[in-house]
Each structure stands twice: as structure tokens, then as C-alpha cells.
Ligand binder design. Structure first.
Ligand SMILES: *Cc1c(COP(=O)(O)O)cnc(C)c1O
Length: 412
């Protein structure tokens, strides 16, 4: 079969049971699924047959979403979760136990830094690199390290991880590499093809695209060899071969933490996913043009965007990200006061805590999403008192430019 391009394969090529020829997978709004006889349900509970029993474990609408993401990310299986945070928690805790260490990137999403802080109560500690280079991760590896974790494009630091190089380094130490690909999406990079072992997406963002459902999804690449001594929790699942990681999740932590995605939200994600490619193309183009425009204004600001040629990550991003640089731009306004005034003067962007909407969004991270981080953690995450994060939408770029010009010059 010919390989379809990105947009075609978002629309075609995944088979679902479809008795009436519906163009969208229906919402199977059912908590449980009945069976003809007791034997049938026994087979499902003992993993001897595929099928549905209870929506906390799986559901046809949710499975349709998982199948689409697995194909898109080039993995062997996915588990959709109630939120990006639930997906991150499950992806990581599926393989860790008390005493283990995580080596993580510096520019992480604030929620993830807080989650890693929560894990210290369970004996799991995290060491953060200062620079996003393979050598920096390698230097923090100890005999307790069990996983390397990074974001493709850090939110909101916008540092870019060299996925292929970090994966290669991780694998020489027999460590899995988990990548949060939320800000990049598979449109910019298929992290598994570059060597990542597990990819996590907060589907609440670009995958859904319209900000109408909180959700997350993790995808396993199928290649990592889990050493029975270092990852004892996976040992009982070895009979599932390459699916051991996914089988363990679905039969244990995912099911038992009740992290499931609702069928309604899976439906909204399936719908949003169809336009991921065209939205990302437009949003990335808008972001690049806006970043260049803002840089060109003599407005006393500094602009951070990997698409700018003098950005320290420009070359790596160009090589790794499909010729696009994502749709998040940050700017430093000089002071918190001025950042607030600019945000309050802008007419088009919504002031809210989210990214990946069709609409342009702005936020002041230091007083919101990163407010619970210590000052040191803030600097590590690329958050400053005067920083505004812009999630660029699909509006007409001239309107965005004029709106920002007005707000910046009005406050000059
Ligand atoms: C939003 C976000 C998350 C968390 O996802 P939720 O769906 O809000 O739980 C994780 N990582 C990154 C990079 C994000 O932007």
C-alpha cells in the first residue's frame, strides 16, 4: 500500500467497527458492555479474548482515538487518559518504584515539575539537567536512574531537545527515554522514529485543537528491552512480548488509578485530530511571522522562538522538526507591570491558561502556571517576571500583527 501523507493519513486508514457507515466513530456512552454468556466475559477478564467490559478499562470510542494516535506516532499501542498529567503519571509510574531516579530536562511544564515533586513522597527523586544536551543528561545518571524524560519543545522555555542524540545516549545506559511531545505534536516530529521509547501528548492542546476536552495519551514504541531486574514490575508481563509495557498499564496502574478518558472527550479528540495538520501548518506559519514581526519592532522587548535564525536551538529545530518551529512564542516585556499592561491592551488573544487552541492565547507564567515553583525552579523552567507566553492561533496574521503592534507601542 502507498504511504499516505500526513493529512490524508489523519482521515483514512484506521478501521473501526462501523455497522451503519457513520463518518465519525459514535460516542459509545456506556459504562459497561453486556455479553451473551458468562464465558465471554471471563475470556475478556483473563485476557484470552479482545473486547469491552467496563469503560474504566477500555471503550470503543476511546479505542478508536488510541488507534489513531498509535498510527500517527508510529508506536505499537496507546493508552488514552483523562488528562495529559494522568498520561504522564501513568507513563512514568508504570516502570518506576521507590528508590528510583528520573533524569529530566530543565525547561519542563510546571505541572510536570510539581508531579515529580509529589513523587518524592513515594521515594522517587528527579535530577534536572541545566543544559539540554545529551552530555548533561548523561552526567546525572546514577545506578538508581531508571528513566530519562524531556519535552520536545519545553513549555514555556522553548528549548529544543535533540531527541535522537538523547535517545541514543539513554540506550547506551539501557534506560528508556520518555518524551512529552505536546508542544510539537506528531506534525513536527514523530519522536518514536527518532528513538524515543514512550511519547506522551496532552491531547487537551493541539490534538484536540478546539479546547473542548481535557485529555492525554501515551504511546509506546515497542522496542525497549526491559531488564527483569531493573524493572521488576514488568516481569509478569513478559509473555506479552513487545506489548508488555502497554499490557501492564492497562491491567494495573491505569485501570487501578481510574485514569480513563471519557467517550465524549475521545469523540471530540477524534474530530479535532482530523485537522491537526492544517491547524499546525497555519499556527506554525503564523507564529514564525509574528515572532519575526515582534523582533523587528523597536518596542523594548526580547522575543524567544526557535524559528528565529539567531535562536540557540534554531539549527537543531530546523534539522529535527519538519521545517516548522511550533506555535508558541514568548516575549520579555522588561517588567511584570509592562507585561500585564500589554496583555490587558491586546484585543484578540484570550488571557487564559492553555495552549493549542485555534484562538491566540496569552498568559503571564510567573504569576499563574509557574507560581507554585520556587524562584530557582522558575529560572530553570525559563520563567521570568516579565515573560508573556503566546500560543499563536489560526487568525489572519495581519490582524495579530496589528493587535500586538498597538499593544506594544501603546505601552512603549
Ligand atoms: C498542558 C500540558 C501538560 C498537561 O496536560 P493536561 O491535559 O492539562 O493535564 C503536560 N505537558 C505539557 C507540555 C503541557 O503543555
Amino acid at each position: 500500500m502507498t504511504e499516505y501523507g500526513f493529512n490524508t493519513s489523519l482521515l483514512h486508514g484506521v478501521e473501526d467497527d462501523n455497522p451503519y457507515g457513520a463518518t465519525q466513530v459514535p460516542i459509545y456512552q456506556s459504562s459497561a458492555f453486556r455479553h451473551e454468556n458468562a464465558e465471554s466475559l471471563e475470556k475478556i477478564f483473563t485476557n484470552k479474548a479482545m473486547g469491552f467490559s467496563y469503560t474504566r478499562i477500555n471503550n470503543p470510542t476511546v479505542e478508536a482515538f488510541e488507534k489513531r494516535i498509535t498510527k500517527l506516532e508510529g508506536g505499537i499501542g496507546s493508552v488514552a487518559c483523562a488528562s495529559g498529567m494522568a498520561a504522564l503519571f501513568n507513563a512514568i509510574m508504570n516502570i518506576l518504584q521507590s528508590g528510583d531516579e528520573i533524569v529530566a530536562a530543565a525547561g519542563l511544564y510546571g505541572g510536570t515539575v510539581e508531579l515529580f515533586e509529589d513523587l518524592t513522597a513515594f521515594g522517587i527523586t528527579t535530577r534536572y539537567v541545566r543544559e539540554n544536551t545529551p552530555e548533561a543528561y548523561e552526567a546525572l545518571i546514577t545506578d538508581r536512574t531508571k528513566v530519562i524524560f524531556a519535552e520536545t519543545i519545553g513549555n514555556p522555555k522553548l528549548d529544543v531537545t535533540d531527541i535522537a542524540a538523547v535517545a541514543e545516549m539513554a540506550h547506551t545506559h539501557e534506560l528508556p527515554f520518555i518524551v512529552d511531545n505536546t508542544t510539537a505534536t506528531p506534525y513536527l516530529v514523530k519522536a518514536i522514529s527518532l528513538g524515543a521509547d514512550v511519547v506522551v501528548n496532552s491531547a487537551s492542546k493541539y490534538i484536540n485543537g478546539n479546547s473542548d476536552a481535557i485529555s492525554g495519551v501515551l504511546t509506546y514504541g515497542g522496542k525497549f528491552k526491559w531488564d527483569a531486574e531493573r524493572y521488576p514490575g514488568l516481569a509478569p508481563y513478559r509473555k506479552y512480548g513487545p506489548m508488555a509495557y502497554i499490557a501492564k498499564l492497562r491491567n494495573a496502574l491505569f485501570r487501578n488509578t481510574g485514569a480513563c478518558l471519557s467517550p465524549q472527550n475521545a469523540f471530540l479528540n477524534n474530530l479535532g485530530l482530523e485537522t491537526l495538520g492544517i491547524r499546525m501548518e497555519r499556527q506554525c506559519a503564523n507564529a514564525l511571522e509574528l515572532a519575526k514581526f515582534l523582533t523587528g519592532l523597536d518596542a523594548g522587548i526580547t522575543v524567544n522562538y526557535p524559528g528565529l535564525s539567531d535562536n540557540p536551538y534554531h539549527e537543531l529545530a530546523t534539522r529535527q522538526l519538519n521545517g516548522r518551529y511550533g506555535a508558541i512564542v514568548t516575549l520579555r516585556a522588561g517588567s511584570k507591570d509592562r507585561a500585564f499592561r500589554i496583555m490587558n491592551t491586546l484585543k484578540i488573544p484570550y488571557i487564559l491558561s492553555n495552549i493549542g487552541d485555534t484562538k491566540t492565547l496569552v498568559i503571564h507564567p510567573a504569576s499563574t502556571i509557574a507560581v507554585h515553583l520556587s524562584e530557582e525552579e522558575q529560572v530553570q523552567s525559563g520563567v521570568y517576571e516579565d515573560l508573556i507566553r503566546i500560543s499563536v492561533g489560526i487568525e489572519d496574521i495581519e490582524d495579530l500583527k496589528q493587535d500586538f503592534k498597538h499593544a506594544l507601542e501603546g505601552e512603549g
